[in-house]
Design a protein around this ligand. Structure first.
Ligand code: NAP
Length: 336
C-alpha cells in the first residue's frame, strides 16, 4: 500500500447546517479519456490513501464500478459508510424523475444514501453523449425558475425520505439564484462551479458565501485533460502561467498543488481528478502542509482571466445567440 494521509489531519469545512466535510474531494469524471475501471481503480486507491469525499455523477457512466469499490472497502473494513462523503448529480434528462435517478445512483454506488445530491445543470436541456458542440436539441429551452423548482422540490422530498442528506446546485448564476432561493424550503448546502486560478468567479463566489452556500470548485487545475469539445484556442493553461510556475518552484512542488492550496485557503472545496496514485496522493497531502503566504495568495488573485472552460454550448436552445446566453452575464436571466 502507498502513503496514508490520516483523514483526521485533513482540514474540514462546515456547511450552514453543521455538516462537516473534508476540504478536498476527488473528482470522478474520466473526461472521455479514462475507462470506468481506471477511474474506479483510482477511487479504490484514494480511499486507502485517506480520501473521504468523492464527486460522482450519473452521467459520468462509472457509478456502478465506483460502487463496487465502495462495497469492497466496506466489506474489507477499510472504511465505514458513515466515514465517506459521497456526492452525485441528477442528469438533465431526469429532471422530471429525480427519485428514480437518485435510487439508481444509490443502487449503483452501493451506498444506502447520498450525502450531497446536486442538480447537475439548472435546466433539462439534453444532448446526446459525444454530440458536436454546435448541435442544438430542438427541445432545449432557456432556464425557467418554475421548471427548476419542480426539480428542486423532488430533491427536498428525497431529504424527507432519507435518501439524500444535503441538496446541491451546480452551474448556477446569481440571477438564477435570486429567482429560486426564495422558493426553496430547504436551503442548498453547496454549489458546484468551475473554479481555477484563471477563472475565479469572484462575484458568484462572494454571493454564495453571503448566502451560506459552500462553493465546491470543479476543474481546480484547469482540467488539462478535458474533452476536445471544451478546448478553445484562446484558453489559458492555469498551471503554465509564469506566476504559478514561480510559486510552485518556491515550494518545490508541481503547480497543481499550488492551485489546490490556493483553492482551500480561498475557501472553496476543490475536487481534483487523477487516476495516477502519485498525483492523487500528493493532491490530498498538499492540504495538510506548507500553506501559501498572503503574498502568494494575492499574486494568484491577479491571475483572473475570465477563462471559462465549460462553456456549455451543447445546452443551447434554438434562437440562443451563443454560449454566453447560458451564464446571464448582463445580470438578468437570458430568455428567448
Ligand atoms: N458539476 C459539473 O458540471 C462538473 C464539470 C466538470 C467537472 N466536474 C467535476 O470536477 C472534477 C475535476 O475536474 P477535471 O477532472 O475536469 O479537471 P482537474 O481536476 O482540474 O484536472 C484533472 C487533470 O489534472 C491532472 N492532475 C491531477 N493531479 C495532478 C497533479 N498532482 N500533478 C499534475 N497533474 C495533475 C491530471 O492529468 P494527467 O492525467 O495528465 O496527469 C488530470 O487528468 C471532475 O472529475 C468532476 O468530478 C464537475
Amino acid at each position: 500500500m502507498g502513503e496514508f494521509i490520516n483523514p483526521a489531519s485533513v482540514p474540514k469545512v462546515t456547511f450552514y447546517n453543521g455538516v462537516e466535510v473534508p476540504c478536498v474531494g476527488m473528482g470522478t469524471f474520466g473526461s472521455d479519456r479514462f475507462t470506468p475501471e481506471q477511474v474506479s481503480g483510482a477511487v479504490a486507491g484514494a480511499i486507502r490513501c485517506g480520501y473521504r469525499m468523492f464527486d460522482c455523477a450519473a452521467c459520468y457512466g462509472n457509478e456502478d464500478q465506483i460502487g463496487q469499490v465502495f462495497q469492497d472497502a466496506f466489506d474489507e473494513g477499510v472504511v465505514e459508510r458513515s466515514e465517506l462523503f459521497i456526492m452525485t448529480k441528477v442528469w438533465n434528462d431526469m429532471h422530471e424523475r429525480v427519485e428514480e435517478s437518485c435510487r439508481k445512483s444509490i443502487a449503483d454506488l452501493k451506498c444506502d444514501y447520498i450525502d450531497l445530491f446536486f442538480i447537475h445543470w439548472p435546466f433539462p436541456n439534453y444532448h446526446a453523449p459525444g454530440c458536436d458542440v454546435d448541435s442544438r436539441n430542438p427541445d432545449s429551452k432557456p432556464f425557467s425558475a418554475e421548471e427548476f423548482i419542480r426539480t428542486y422540490r423532488q430533491c427536498e422530498e428525497l431529504v424527507e425520505k432519507g435518501l439524500i442528506r444535503n441538496i446541491g446546485i451546480s452551474n448556477m448564476t446569481i440571477p438564477k439564484l435570486e429567482a429560486v432561493l426564495p422558493l426553496m424550503k430547504i436551503q442548498p448546502a453547496a454549489c458546484e462551479m468551475e473554479l481555477h486560478p484563471c477563472f475565479q468567479q469572484q462575484e458568484l463566489f462572494d454571493y454564495l458565501n453571503d448566502h451560506k452556500i459552500q462553493p465546491i470548485g470543479f476543474m481546480p487545475l484547469g482540467s488539462p485533460q478535458r474533452p476536445e469539445r471544451d478546448i478553445c484556442p484562446e484558453d489559458v493553461a492555469d498551471m503554465q502561467t509564469p506566476e504559478m510556475q514561480e510559486i510552485a518552484k518556491a515550494h518545490g512542488v508541481h503547480p497543481a498543488l499550488i492551485a489546490l492550496k490556493w483553492a482551500r485557503q480561498r475557501g472553496q472545496i476543490p475536487i481534483p481528478f487523477s487516476v495516477h496514485e502519485v498525483e492523487y496522493v500528493s493532491n490530498l497531502k498538499s492540504m495538510t502542509e506548507d500553506p501559501l503566504t498572503d503574498e502568494e495568495m494575492a499574486k494568484i488573485a491577479t491571475l483572473e482571466k475570465n477563462n471559462r472552460l465549460v462553456k456549455g454550448q451543447v445546452f443551447l436552445w434554438e434562437g440562443a445567440k451563443d454560449w454566453h446566453d447560458l451564464w446571464d452575464e448582463d445580470g438578468v436571466i437570458v430568455t428567448l
